[in-house]
Design a protein around this ligand. Structure first.
Ligand SMILES: Cc1ncc(COP(=O)(O)O)c(C=O)c1O
Length: 402
């Protein structure tokens, strides 16, 4: 070893260490990860930024959920490794929840896989199915993780554009004009983030026939169906969906448990086994008290969802006011934790508007361009901030933005 080191200068050693794997080329640090650092620096300089960017619910989970976690964690025998497939208690609760709210039958033993958040599920799915060069379809605008996970897995990522005039739905005719031979996976997400667009049964049915015709596995990402939406829908509720669909779901938004990291994947037995083949080599079953508490969360009734939505509705009114002040326009019927709005013509793009109000009013809103080029002329405002803070943001904008 000593001999091999001889003659190697320090710089060469350093550059070899610092050279990351080729699979990370084209993948940057997550936008919010860098933006939060900037906001942190502004706060250290005394700016007290109001962050209306991220969709991390500020409200706590239901008290019964926390009680279950605390009680179970206090028991001496709950601290060992857990099954890779998740606790049967949680899988049964997920199965009942899917039946009750989405009218979907899922076998708790074979068709459900609890996840450490749906974000990790996106990566597991990409690593399970993608070979280098396979094409993956992602929505533009859409959740940035679809792009980065598919890229890391070696996919050739093709964005399909969602347009406001098409109600932010995929344009199937346009898609069929392209060569779909190499398309392996298609990411779909309704209620859509960032646009807040709800699904329709007709669009879901069309999606299933499109997937069957072209033999594409649809990954439906469904974390927002209970937020500001009276009719939660699962793509798995469409007849024949299990042949071509796997669905991600999450406790982060619907149960105020974003920091807990718990989600789920549902689909045909074979798909669950395939994803488990990858996932079981990556991580282990979640802390049992957390799984039992998550199961408790799924037993909550309509009153839970109503209580959360009552608060979001009030906040949304304030966000509408804020957007009016900025001259933005928006559809009032959006689901999910955000309001998506188009910017007035005097700004170059959403980045310009976002930068201006961050610098001049110390309020951060997300530029729509981070979700893809089709979001360039939009901004997204989060509802995860108390009304008083929204009032303050409105005042700052009134006083500082002209
Ligand atoms: C569309 C979408 N999918 C998935 C996630 C990730 O959720 P989780 O907390 O379950 O990983 C988010 C979070 O912001 C999201 O907006």
């Amino acid at each position: 070893m000593k001999n091999q080191m001889k003659g190697t200068d320090n710089d060469t050693e350093k550059s070899k260490i610092a050279k990351v794997a080729d699979r990370l080329s084209g993948v940057q640090e997550y936008y919010f990860s860098t933006k939060l650092r900037q906001i942190d620096q502004m706060n250290k300089a005394g700016k007290n930024v109001i962050n209306l960017g991220i969709g991390s619910p500020d409200l706590p989970p239901h008290p019964d959920v926390i009680k279950t976690l605390a009680e179970e964690a206090a028991k001496p025998n709950q601290h060992g490794y857990q099954s890779y497939k998740g606790s049967p208690v949680l899988r049964n609760a997920i199965s009942k929840w899917y039946k009750k709210w989405y009218n979907v039958d899922l076998n708790p033993d074979t068709e459900i896989l609890p996840l450490i958040g749906s974000k990790e599920g996106i990566m597991h799915i990409c690593m399970t199915y993608i070979n280098p060069g396979d094409v993956v379809l992602i929505p533009n605008p859409g959740y940035p993780t679809y792009n980065s996970a598919a890229t890391i897995a070696g996919a050739n990522v093709h964005a399909y554009t969602l347009k406001e005039e098409n109600n932010w739905c995929p344009d199937f005719e346009e898609l069929e004009k392209s060569d779909l031979q190499k398309v392996k996976l298609m990411f779909v997400n309704y209620p859509q983030m960032p646009t807040g667009q709800l699904p329709t049964h007709e669009m879901f049915t069309r999606l299933i026939s499109f997937a069957k015709k072209h033999q594409i596995l649809i990954v439906h990402d469904n974390p927002y169906s209970f937020i500001l939406n009276d009719h939660p829908m699962s793509l798995l509720s469409v007849e024949g969906a299990k042949d071509v669909v796997i669905e991600l779901n999450s406790f982060s938004k619907s149960h105020n448990m974003a920091g807990w990291r718990v989600g789920m994947l549902s689909g045909a037995k074979e798909r669950i086994e395939e994803v488990l083949r990858f996932k079981s080599n990556m991580d282990s079953g979640m802390f049992l008290p957390l799984q039992l508490a998550a199961a408790k969360a799924l037993e909550l009734g309509q009153d839970w969802y109503d209580s959360v939505n009552t608060i979001y509705k009030k906040r949304r009114e304030k966000v509408f006011l804020l957007l009016d002040l900025l001259g933005c326009s928006y559809n009032k019927k959006q689901a999910g934790l955000f309001v998506w709005a188009s910017i007035p013509a005097n700004y170059r793009d959403g980045y310009a508007l976002s930068d201006k109000i961050l610098e001049e009013a110390n309020v951060f809103i997300t530029p729509g361009g981070i979700f893809g080029s089709a979001g360039n002329n939009y901004v997204r405002v989060s509802l995860c901030t108390p009304e008083e803070k929204l009032d303050e943001a409105i005042n700052r904008i009134k006083n500082n933005i002209h």
